[in-house]
Design a protein. Structure first.
Length: 311
């Protein structure tokens, strides 16, 4: 459950590697280009998986140099908690000072990234809970959130803040810790549901939910296949228009946006494993490497050739 716990120094090179995994671009405006090996922050970064479809990252760090970040990956719902410290946050035209005791509920589409500026000479203790689309849909019982990016700021309840700090400062054994973090994640979700939760959205019947999951699993497991909306609608026992509408409502993206995202994720994984661009493109369902390169650059902001092992 815990992937990294040791106290250590993290350089700009380390943060960029971390950013590749989580879809975050890092910038270091005060650091000379030749100082890539110089420490930017020092402390602990823990990566936890409380349950399927949930990812929780906990940071207890000392910021040694200013660094800026911008996410470039769509996110159905993330809840960010500032237990100690401060940062400047932006999404679209929204700007706010994110300080101790505050929490953010963030939803991101492909067009907007969450921007943050971490100020130097301070300690930051923060948590980020991210839910993937299937987990969020299952948690909401078939209700949907309106499409698009949003940023909702709220105050962390004192009791919940105390529980989070205790879980970080006095960790339990592995099994008990997993149960503890599952409970805390659900509390964060309960307090942090965005106000745009569409209460008027009708719940899906169990059968509809299962049929939509059948389509999602088909796209997830076979992204290289040539999928058509009519064939997927037949798999879901729905009309194409109904599938399009209900898939968007439940998963927060269109059927083919989901497929494109899955194809690019698969290709990126293959590139990081050392496969060449042609091979990665073919395995992900792209017939032409040039089309893949264009889509990859649009999605991630850098060409596939920049990844280690890409040929």
């Amino acid at each position: 459950m815990t992937l990294a716990t040791a106290v250590c120094q993290h350089t700009s090179r380390d943060l960029r590697t971390y950013g590749e995994r989580y879809g975050i671009d890092y910038r270091f405006p005060t650091q000379p280009p030749a100082a890539a090996g110089q420490a930017v922050l020092r402390g602990r970064i823990l990566e936890l998986a409380p349950a399927t479809g949930m990812q929780l990252v906990a940071s207890d760090i000392e910021v040694l140099q200013r660094y800026d970040s911008c996410s470039h990956r769509p996110a159905p719902l993330s809840i960010i908690v500032m237990l100690e410290g401060r940062a400047k946050i932006g999404l679209g035209e929204q700007r706010l000072a994110f300080t101790t005791g505050m929490a953010l509920s963030v939803r991101l589409d492909e067009r907007n990234g969450l921007q943050a500026m971490q100020l130097p000479n301070q300690r930051i203790r923060a948590l980020t809970l991210a839910l993937d689309a299937p987990r969020l849909a299952a948690t909401l019982g078939g209700k949907s959130l309106r499409p698009g990016s949003s940023l909702h700021c709220w105050q962390l309840p004192p009791g919940l803040r105390q529980q989070l700090e205790q879980a970080l400062d006095s960790p339990l054994s592995a099994t008990a810790a997993r149960l503890q973090w599952q409970g805390l994640a659900l509390q964060l979700l309960a307090h942090g549901l965005p106000p745009e939760l569409d209460a008027s959205s009708a719940r899906l019947s169990p059968g509809e939910w299962q049929r939509l999951e059948r389509v999602r699993e088909q796209l997830q497991s076979c992204p290289a296949r040539s999928h058509s909306l009519s064939a997927l609608a037949e798999l879901a026992a729905m009309s194409p228009a109904t599938l399009r509408r209900k898939f968007q409502a439940v998963y927060g993206c269109s059927v083919f946006d989901f497929l494109r995202e899955r194809r690019l994720e698969l290709a990126r994984e293959l590139l990081l494993q050392g496969h060449g661009i042609e091979r990665a493109a073919q395995c992900a369902g792209y017939r032409h490497a040039n089309n893949f390169t264009t889509a990859f650059r649009q999605r991630y902001g850098y060409p596939p050739s920049s990844l280690r092992g890409a040929g």
